[in-house]
Ligand binder design. Structure first.
Ligand SMILES: [Zn+2]
Length: 439
């Protein structure tokens, strides 16, 4: 699957295009950018990307962004929190229309998560210039720093800092796996760590932020649409379940005499699947710790982490309370002690309805999404994944466009979008930006 990265989007997915009819010049800028960005931070062995914050690979991506800005006559700046901006028009004038995403990656990530949004932003500007569109508002393209949190364990550090949703002291305490602190990493990359912190003046100058992103699921593939609009980022959280029983010899302890927490854990995993299906949400036990963790020992402790997400708070509450109820019932019958601790929680992000509806209307009126829509509406999608747009949404009117991902696979070298769908995404983004920023 990694060959697709070398060859640019679309080459390994056939026949699922949004609209085969291309206009002259439409794909050249996108293709050239994709080829230029493709090799940066790519691991030859895995074929995946390792673009971690404040590393050499990150620096190369930043230089690439700066070059794209300067080639187009945009004014480049890196803000106090390490986010890059490319401005057309006066940043201080206010009511700016901003688009962009991120260039960093998860370990062995795919080519599209983040970069598709940044490349599409520059390509959409090129498209608007081809159309002869006149901007009557300031316009910017942004590359948010450290979105994935692959190095320091916290996602969306650049946008969180700007929005005041990560304290400076907490940021200064972040460390990578080698013990390097965020300030040390910033300093080594030539960025002043003492300058980080809330940037409300900058955010106040933004009238609308639109992030295009590859879909991290199969909703568009199932609906047959190349492009969709985000409705909300689902509420999500992590809960730790501790099941305590009694360690004993696997070879000498009668089944009837055991207090085996693994059995209760197993019942809880099955309950999580059932409750998620009932509520229309997601529930995953993907991490487990066992004591004493011996092949011939009945465990004394099984600790499992539940990740759950759902379209709304009521559904999420239903999943988690249903899983906990089932766990306690099974635990009581088996003589197992149980503790449930919520370790993290992020409430729903409901994207501003006015902007979201305005964008859908623009796309429907202009045949947005690249294809003749035949009177169909542009689909509205919820997502279980976090984004910079979600962080900004409390401070700025924010919207997201998703581009179809035929397998739904993400955070893997197999992540993909067909070339025609990428073109449809650029057209849709250009339509939206023209509607928001141009007369
Ligand atoms: Zn992303």
């Amino acid at each position: 699957m990694t060959g697709a990265v070398d060859d640019g989007p679309g080459t390994s997915v056939s026949g699922r295009g949004a609209d085969a009819s291309r206009r002259p010049g439409e794909t050249e800028s996108f293709d050239a950018m994709w080829r230029g960005l493709g090799p940066l931070g790519r691991d030859a062995g895995s074929g995946g990307y390792r673009r971690y914050a404040w590393t050499g690979a990150d620096q190369e991506c930043r230089e690439w962004f700066r070059a794209q800005a300067e080639t187009r006559g945009l004014v480049h700046e890196t803000d106090r929190n390490g986010n890059q901006w490319a401005w057309l028009g006066d940043p201080l004038a206010g009511d700016a229309v901003v688009t962009g995403s991120h260039l960093d990656s998860v370990p062995d990530g795919g080519a599209f998560d983040g970069p598709l949004g940044v490349v599409s932003s520059f390509a959409a500007l090129d498209e608007l210039r081809r159309r002869g569109a006149e901007f009557d508002k300031p316009f910017a393209i942004v590359n948010f720093g450290d979105e994935e949190g692959a190095r320091f364990g916290l996602a969306c550090v650049g946008s969180r800092l700007a929005a005041g949703r990560l304290g400076v002291e907490d940021a200064h305490r972040l460390r990578d796996a080698d013990g390097v602190s965020l300030p040390q990493a910033m300093e080594a990359a030539g960025h002043d760590p003492d300058a980080i912190g809330p940037d409300p003046e900058r955010l106040a100058r933004i009238g609308a932020f639109v992030e295009l992103h590859v879909e991290q699921g199969r909703a568009l593939d199932l609906s047959g649409d190349p492009v969709g609009v985000a409705s909300a980022i689902w509420p999500h959280g992590r809960w730790r379940f501790d099941f305590r029983g009694e360690a004993n010899h696997a070879g000498t302890t009668r089944l009837a005499d055991r207090r085996d927490p693994m059995l209760t854990y197993a019942e809880t995993v099955l309950a999580a699947r059932r409750e998620a299906e009932l509520a229309g949400g997601l529930a995953t036990f993907g991490k487990i710790a066992v004591e004493p963790n011996g092949v011939n020992a009945i465990p004394s402790l099984v600790r499992g982490w539940l990740d759950s997400r759902a379209p709304d708070q009521a559904a999420l509450d239903a999943v988690v309370s249903g899983v906990e109820r089932a766990a306690r019932e099974h635990a009581e019958r088996a003589g197992i002690d149980i503790d449930v601790v919520r370790e993290s929680f992020t409430p729903v992000v409901d994207f501003q309805h006015a902007l979201r509806d305005e964008i859908r209307l623009m796309l429907e009126e202009r045949g947005g999404g690249g294809a003749d829509r035949g009177g169909r509406t542009v689909p509205l999608l919820g997502t279980g994944a976090g984004h910079d747009a979600g962080i900004l949404s409390a401070s700025v009117p924010t919207a997201m466009l998703f581009v179809r991902n035929p397998t739904g696979i993400s955070h893997s070298p197999a992540e993909h979008a067909a070339e025609d769908d990428c073109v449809a995404g650029v057209r849709a983004l250009a339509d939206v930006l023209e509607g928001l920023a141009c007369s």
